[in-house]
Design a binder for this molecule. Structure first.
Ligand SMILES: [Zn+2]
Length: 66
């Protein structure tokens, strides 16, 4: 998925593996955002969990509502 730095405008791609890891983490911590560091300026970018979910690989996408 594409992530854009709010500070410097740099766009980069999170790999599928990174997205999967991010989802795992936010589901464990119940976070609303996942923080990634901009590779260019090191600014911390908060990616909304709902954006991450849209990129989740197909597998029981909507069954984890607790
Ligand atoms: Zn940046």
């Amino acid at each position: 998925m594409q992530v854009r730095c709010q500070r410097c405008g740099y766009m980069f791609t999170l790999s599928r593996e990174a997205v999967a890891a991010a989802l795992e983490e936010v589901e464990r911590t119940q976070a609303k955002h996942y923080a990634v560091d901009c590779p260019k300026c090191r600014h911390q970018i908060k990616v909304p969990v709902k954006d991450i979910r849209r990129f989740r690989p197909r597998q029981e996408a909507e069954t984890t509502t607790e």
